[in-house]
Design a protein around this ligand. Structure first.
Ligand SMILES: [Zn+2]
Length: 730
């Protein structure tokens, strides 16, 4: 970014030229090649002579190369504008998944792996970890099932489950929204309202509010009319009706799988291979955490209720029942008002200092300094470097960067080693993944001849779409989210593992968020905010004009840098209603553990998930839904729209609160004193990030910290030093 020189990378970037037909034929060819390799190894290696070198390594080299193709093939389903390509992408992944099952059900192959496992000698750490991982993978995928009927059923479930997960993801990603009148959107910022589609015919005079993150969040936060917020919240909770029975079916299939494998339930199966290790550990953490948070949350809620009563009296708007009831759709709105009242934090003012372009540049500079990296954008006119036929991206709005070793202040870039490719797909469009996420497009690994294959990683966000002549301003939430996701991408890029399956963020799910949650702390550090912020009117003449058009020439132009008081006001908001917000997270995690750890099959069969979702929400978050208006407990089906439960965070949502606890431990212990310390940054890069998933996450944290991680830093920042309520927070 800071260096305009474009160095030719030693490896061509991925080519996004796939057609639906090719995607399928390539998938079949990859699978056929792997199957032939398996057959050849089984035919040529006797059990007595099986070693890592003649069984696992040839398979690993094949796996490394095929993973590069598979990840991109799968990626199209979340990002392509072509319905055919998205369909082909899903079909390709279904073929791969079916082949995974086939492979893991091969007794002859398992016997060879088992023979290597039994006589493992003198292996390097990563190879040893790989061998154990592969051996366990067979067991966890049915190799331990003796009876043939059960084996058959297990194989059936795998396919069925995969199909349901794809259908579920499709339902969650599909476009949905609500028509609202102009007046109903009173309070919602212009930048959101002006981008809304206008209705025609019988919808004339109405605006279409899509249930996409920026629109949904802004509407719940700013819409003054409580009925509007209720409509939006309830509409969103009911936007995936086809998923309501499907999620239950998924939970049942997971439960059946776990029982076939000899586990008590799905949660026990999931936790066996996680950093947390057991359901007991997770449930203890969640219940203890919830209990302590509730003490603070009750006080926060009292204050929000008072604010609501005052607001309703002033505006004479009625919310349905008595003002003593605090609805879940009231939270963002009143929390925002309370932030503004109690902390004088002006979000609009903050966002004027953080345009997308400048924020991104600042973030890249931060990563450059911390981890000794250099970002260089590949401009569209440089694409021909890779040949005229080469399709650089999957959409015109995507930008591409190369990463190189070498810090910003040195001239090492030209001599620096190539690190990988970074793709930024930042703006919403139809059928695109509708939250903020990162995707490893191609993992890094060492090929058979010892050459390193460089990784490619993509950020997929839904930030406000830039408008000509206007600045694209980011809220503080958006900047943190962007930095968080960029953190995942950097993890993917700086990782260096021998095997592709361990590359970068291919860690356990309860570890993977820790590095990025830790990075969010930078956006609460005054010196960082001061340095990275710049009022948009100072960026260019065009932006100055945009400011004058928006605010009027006669007004005093804001200072170039954000003032210290505003930064202090922002930092003060960090703990604002944090207990209530964290209880919402606990609701997701506790519900997740409850549905995935039934004590019997009958228990899961008898579960009414929507009812459980709403009841646990009311119990845990202390906020109400439509049940208090006589609508019963099935007024909404929130659990049917939660992507995390079908994207691998099943019996795994606890990773967010636990990850935050450990992330805060890392930050406070190692980075807080000097968040820009290159020395600490580089050590963290080498000890933690570089290892990816090639070692147990707990061990990596212990290596970096010099002790086991704990939740003390998290309790302390919440005002719960030593687990007790700190009087200063009362
Ligand atoms: Zn994340």
């Amino acid at each position: 970014m800071t260096n305009s020189a474009f160095n030719t990378p030693p490896q061509t970037p991925p080519n996004f030229d796939a057609t639906p037909e090719e995607l399928i034929s390539n998938t079949r060819a990859i699978i056929d090649k792997t199957r032939s390799l398996q057959d050849a190894i089984i035919a040529s290696v006797p059990l007595k002579k099986a070693t890592l070198a003649n069984v696992l390594l040839p398979l690993a080299h094949d796996e490394n190369a095929s993973l590069c193709k598979r990840k991109i093939s799968k990626f199209y389903s979340s990002t392509s504008t072509s319905a055919e390509l998205r369909e082909a992408s899903n079909a390709s992944e279904a073929l791969f998944t079916a082949f995974d099952s086939e492979t893991l059900m091969r007794k002859d192959l398992f016997e060879l792996v088992h023979a290597v496992f039994e006589r493992r000698v003198n292996l390097d750490n990563e190879s040893q970890f790989y061998l154990e991982y592969k051996h366990r993978e067979f067991a966890r995928n049915g190799m331990g099932i003796i009876e043939s009927e059960k084996q058959k059923r297990f194989a059936q479930i795998k396919v069925e489950l995969h199909e349901k997960l794809i259908a579920s993801r499709k339902s969650i990603n599909s476009s949905s929204g609500i028509w609202l009148g102009e007046s109903e959107l009173d309070g919602v910022p212009d930048n959101i309202r002006k981008g809304l589609k206008k209705g025609e015919g019988e919808k004339a005079g109405k605006l279409w509010l899509p249930f996409k993150k920026p629109h949904y969040d802004a509407a719940l936060k700013y819409a003054k009319n409580p009925t509007t917020r209720k409509k939006i919240y309830v509409g969103n909770d009911n936007r995936c009706p086809d998923n309501v029975p499907r999620v239950k079916e998924i939970v049942l299939l997971r439960d059946e799988t776990a029982r076939l494998l000899g586990y008590e339930n799905h949660a026990e199966y999931q936790l066996e291979v996680k950093m947390a290790g057991s359901t007991g550990f997770v449930n203890d953490f969640l219940s203890g955490f919830r209990e302590k948070l509730t003490m603070i949350a009750r006080k926060e809620l009292e204050a929000l209720k008072a604010l609501k009563a005052q607001n309703l009296e002033e505006t004479a708007l009625q919310s349905g029942v008595g003002t003593d009831t605090f609805f879940t759709w009231d939270y963002n709105f009143y929390s925002n008002i309370s932030k503004a009242q109690n902390h004088s934090f002006d979000e609009k003012k903050f966002s004027e200092y953080f345009t997308l372009e400048k924020s991104l540049a600042g973030m890249m500079t931060t990563f450059s300094r911390l981890f000794g990296l250099q970002f260089v954008e590949i401009k569209p006119d440089e694409n021909s470097t890779f040949g005229n036929e080469h399709v650089m991206t999957w959409h015109d709005s995507v930008s591409v960067f190369t990463l190189w070793e070498g810090s910003e202040d040195s001239d090492a870039c030209n001599q620096g080693e190539f690190v990988g490719y970074l793709y930024l797909d930042l703006f919403p469009r139809d059928h695109k993944f509708n939250h903020a996420g990162h995707y490893l497009l191609q993992p890094g690994y060492f090929s058979e001849d010892g050459e390193y294959h460089y990784p490619s990683s993509a950020l997929v966000m839904n930030l406000p779409t830039p408008q000509p002549g206007k600045p694209t301003l980011l809220s503080h939430d958006s900047t943190r989210s962007l930095f968080h996701e960029l953190g995942h991408a950097i993890h993917n890029l700086v990782s260096r593992t021998q095997f592709a399956i361990f590359h970068g963020t291919a860690t356990t799910r309860d570890f993977v968020e820790i590095p990025s949650i830790m990075l969010e702390n930078w956006w609460w550090t005054p010196s960082v905010i001061k340095e990275l912020g710049c009022h948009y009117s100072y960026i260019s003449e065009e932006m100055l004009k945009a400011w004058e058009d928006s605010e009027g020439r006669e007004n005093e132009r804001p200072a170039e840098k954000l003032d210290d008081q505003s930064i202090q006001n922002l930092v003060a908001t960090r703990r604002s209603n944090e207990a209530l917000a964290t209880l919402k997270q606990c609701h997701f995690a506790i519900f997740d553990m409850a549905i995935h750890s039934p004590s019997s099959r009958e228990e899961v069969e008898g579960m009414n998930l929507s009812q459980m979702w709403n009841q646990t929400m009311s119990d845990i978050t202390l906020m109400s839904g439509l049940e208090v208006e006589g609508e019963g407990w099935e007024w909404g089906h929130g659990c049917a729209r939660i992507g995390a439960y079908i994207r691998g965070y099943d019996a795994g949502y606890y990773a967010y609160p636990l990850g935050k606890a450990y992330a805060q431990d890392l930050f406070k212990s190692m980075f807080e004193v000097d968040p820009m310390s290159k020395e600490v940054g580089m050590r963290y890069r080498r000890v933690v990030l570089e290892k990816g998933g090639s070692r147990n996450g707990m061990e990596l944290l212990e290596d970096f910290l010099g002790r086991k991680p704990n939740a003390a830093a998290r309790y302390e920042e919440l005002g719960l030093a030593g687990g007790q309520l700190n009087p200063s927070r009362c």
